[in-house]
Design a protein around this ligand. Structure first.
Ligand SMILES: NC(=O)c1ccc[n+]([C@@H]2O[C@H](COP(=O)([O-])OP(=O)(O)OC[C@H]3O[C@@H](n4cnc5c(N)ncnc54)[C@H](O)[C@@H]3O)[C@@H](O)[C@H]2O)c1
Length: 314
């Protein structure tokens, strides 16, 4: 199985290395604006192949080399720089996608495009618009990273294996993300009935989930390891048809909201991409927060004034 990674900066290179270590794929192609950087990563990782989990072919190319990839992961784009507004970055990355996404689709109209570039919900929306592919096959990593962090912090608090924590963060991958407190459980026990439950501690725990990226970026350039592993999990769910429930960013269709934004919901992810979005029951305040998240994203999309065909029913 082959995957393509577009953008071999912190996230793209770490993702490639994560897939290599885990033996997830037979073939990885790296595509980067600076070919020298892609070449360097290929050399470095090729020197590790003999000790990797399985033989993996790693090489670099241009967008045409995405041909045959089951999944193309897009991490290309500038991160938000100090002093830049979310709209500025969204516009820069939407313009980048306007050129890049059609090149990927021209090379590989049958594959899945997984967007990681931030602001990921807006980038996903523009990727979908520029690709003209079905939304099942163009989606974003969304709040899967936030859900991963949320479960990690809950597992530390309750001193239990993170795999036994059932908890999701939905909505925007950003400040307006929504923790679905009403759905948190451990081993089938609802949150408020767990010993060690404390409302203030839970509020703090969500605050550290929300500020996790900021805390990391105060000390280093990128949240590369946690991000790469959460994206690898999505890639593996696709490649192995795992039908895993992951919080990925997709159009709001069938969720009662307007479909002019992409947001994260728990969705079943398998070989065909997003197989279905689960109708997650929400408390009234959670529903209101989600609507606010959508309203804010819709405003940003409206401000990114670039000329691309609107999303039409697929
Ligand atoms: N969704 C998430 O959970 C999440 C988490 C962390 C970072 N990110 C985002 O991922 C993106 C990458 O972050 P990073 O830390 O790796 O940044 P980075 O600056 O280290 O790497 C970006 C890479 O993209 C390349 N690039 C730019 N335009 C390109 C193009 N048209 N074609 C091919 N390559 C191109 C650059 O040369 C660079 O190597 C950013 O948008 C960042 O905000 C998302």
């Amino acid at each position: 199985v082959k995957v393509a990674i577009i953008g071999t900066g912190h996230i793209g290179a770490t993702l490639a290395y994560t897939l290599l270590l885990r033996g997830s794929v037979a073939e990885i192609v790296l595509v980067n604006r600076s070919k020298e950087k892609a070449f360097g990563e290929v050399l470095d990782m090729t020197h590790a192949v003999a000790s990797a989990a399985r033989p993996t072919k790693i090489y670099f190319g241009d967008a045409a080399a995405c041909r045959g990839a089951a999944v193309t992961i897009v991490t290309a784009g500038a991160a938000i720089r100090p002093g830049q507004s979310r709209i500025d970055v969204a516009r820069d990355n939407a313009l980048l996608f306007k050129a890049l996404i059609p090149e990927i689709v021209a090379a590989n109209a049958d594959g899945i495009i997984l967007v990681v570039t931030n602001p990921v919900d807006i980038a996903t929306y523009f990727a979908l618009r520029c690709s003209r592919l079905p939304s099942a096959r163009v989606f974003g990593s969304g709040t899967e990273l936030d859900s991963q962090r949320f479960r990690s912090f809950l597992s530390l608090h309750f001193d239990v294996n993170p795999g036994d924590v059932h908890a999701h963060v939905i909505g925007e991958h950003g400040d307006s993300m929504v923790p679905v407190w009403s759905g948190v459980s451990i081993g089938g026990v609802p949150l408020e009935r767990l010993s060690g439950y404390d409302a203030d501690a839970m509020a703090d725990l969500f605050e550290i989930t929300k500020s996790a990226a900021t805390m990391v970026r105060a000390t280093k350039d990128s949240t590369q390891f946690a991000t790469a592993l959460s994206v690898a999990k999505i890639v593996e769910a696709i490649l192995t048809d795992r039908k895993q429930v992951l919080t990925v960013s997709t159009v709001m269709r069938n969720t009662g909201g307007d479909d002019s934004v992409c947001l994260s919901f728990p969705a079943v992810v398998g070989r065909n991409g997003i197989e279905r979005v689960l109708p997650v029951p929400l408390a009234d305040d959670e529903r209101a927060q989600l609507a606010e998240s959508a309203r804010m994203l819709s405003q940003v999309i409206g401000s990114v004034d670039i000329d691309i065909e609107p999303v039409t029913s697929r």
